[in-house]
Design a protein around this ligand. Structure first.
Ligand code: PA5
Length: 433
């Protein structure tokens, strides 16, 4: 199980406030589990790891039927229907892989922007490839993925004909309703249902995340097992030491002290998209009713040479949550050199992992001395098990935190405002006035 370290944050919080917040965190957890809190009908993700056995089998079966046959698979989706899979793939694949663990099919993403450049590049990339599409949209009506799907489907029909196109499309959508479900019925696309009680940003452990992650060649059973282990520990630990209780209490205590920004940091480029996933999870769950921490993310040590200046010396409105991961077993050491002109002889024979870890400790010391509280979480390596653990931990922490804040963690009324304005500007029937 991962470890959460809180000393460098709790030193900024008076003992009395911490006690109050720990109490509120326990109450929030109870409220969540009792089903009496706001948005309670969207809690299907809490015990999801117990119910995805069949989904795992089906995803693996689809993945192996496409493996080797197709050059590329386009995963279409936006927000919660894309970020979990993107994050897992980035974390688990070789850093220089084009997408996924295997040479074929390469996993590429679409439908998460409206950029014409992106789409024309994607179409160019697919031009001479045998490709399939996984289209993911719970509502089945979101503009960005719907447009991408229409464009790609047309290309597929022209190149492959109706029968092959049908075989090469899998939809992940609501079990009963929505435009995408209607298309599945009409054209016979294979489909997987998104559970009703699981919203987009809490869906990475459902078919939404599992199908693309399996398609990329990752071990989704191990991924779900990691989440299940976290679930068993975190739901049953009633003590103040429960990492969810600790983390939710600390971030709310800091918020009440005037901190406005939580900066998620990593020291491994593989975890870049974990920051993106976390930003969505927390911003969409907590940023409402004029409340909530603003989630930001940084990649270190890269950003220490840019935004690091602000973290150290800018407005004191933030705290850091670092996700630290051990490396794979392969060591990379600082080599001997003919001379010592670069002055690095003092590092000779030491591993990059050790130096990166010193950079992390040094950064923490510097930032804490500059008034930036620091929470950090350690996993021993980036693998399926640990990614499952992280996803579950942060989902549960987010819901508990949002309840402490007093908001509904499972709706997104602010996103609907944008969606409606776009519909109005584009002249969608029913939205024109
Ligand atoms: O978390 C959410 O609910 C959102 O980010 C959705 O995932 C996003 O808007 C995409 O929605 P849909 O899957 O309905 O296309």
């Amino acid at each position: 199980m991962f470890k959460l370290f809180t000393d460098c944050a709790t030193r900024f919080i008076p003992e009395k406030s911490m006690k109050v917040l720990l109490g509120e965190a326990h109450e929030a957890m109870e409220l969540l589990l009792s089903g009496k809190g706001k948005g309670a009908d969207m809690r299907g993700w809490i015990d999801l790891p117990l119910y995805v056995d069949d989904v795992i089998k089906e995803c693996n079966e689809i993945a192996s039927s496409w493996a080797g046959k197709l050059d590329a698979v386009v995963v279409i989706g936006i927000g919660g229907s894309y970020l979990g899979a993107k994050c897992a793939l980035k974390a688990l694949s070789h850093t220089f892989s084009l997408g996924g663990m295997k040479p074929k099919p390469v996993i590429v993403f679409g439908g998460y922007s409206l950029s014409e450049d992106y789409m024309s590049d994607l179409l160019g990339y697919l031009k001479d490839k045998e490709f399939g599409v996984i289209v993911i949209s719970k509502s089945g009506t979101t503009t960005e993925p719907a447009i991408a799907f229409r464009i790609l489907k047309k290309v597929m029909l022209e190149r492959f004909g109706p029968e092959v196109t049908r075989e090469r499309i899998v939809a992940v959508t609501d079990g009963e309703k929505g435009a995408l479900r209607e298309m599945c019925k009409k054209y016979g696309y294979r489909s997987l249902a998104v559970p009703n009680a699981v919203g987009g940003r809490y869906s990475v452990l459902s078919s939404v995340g599992l199908l693309p992650i399996a398609m990329a060649g990752c071990d989704i059973r191990r991924f779900v097992e990691g989440a299940k282990d976290a679930m068993n520990v975190l739901l049953n630990d009633k003590s103040d030491e429960n990492p969810v209780i600790q983390y939710a209490a600390i971030r709310n205590a800091l918020y009440r002290q005037g901190k406005k920004i939580e900066v998620f940091v990593n020291y491994n480029p593989k975890l870049k998209y974990l920051g993106e996933w976390l930003k969505q999870l927390f911003a969409e769950s907590e940023g409402k009713e004029t409340k909530g921490l603003f989630p930001a993310s940084l990649d270190l040590t890269t950003d220490l040479h840019s935004v690091g200046q602000y973290i150290q010396d800018g407005e004191r409105t933030m705290f850091e949550t670092a996700i630290l991961a051990g490396s794979r077993e392969v060591e990379v050491k600082i080599p001997e050199a003919e001379d010592n002109l670069d002055g690095l002889d003092y590092l000779k024979g030491r591993t990059l992992e050790e130096i990166n870890s010193k950079a992390e400790t040094g950064t923490r010391l510097a930032h804490v001395s500059g008034g930036v509280p620091n929470i950090y979480l350690k996993i021993d390596k980036v693998d399926e098990w640990n990614m499952g653990q992280l996803f579950y931990f942060f989902e549960l922490s987010c819901a508990v935190s949002a309840y402490i804040l007093g908001v509904n963690p499972f709706d997104q009324p602010g996103v609907d405002v944008y969606k409606n304005e776009l519909y109005r500007l584009l002249g969608r029937p029913g939205y024109t006035d």
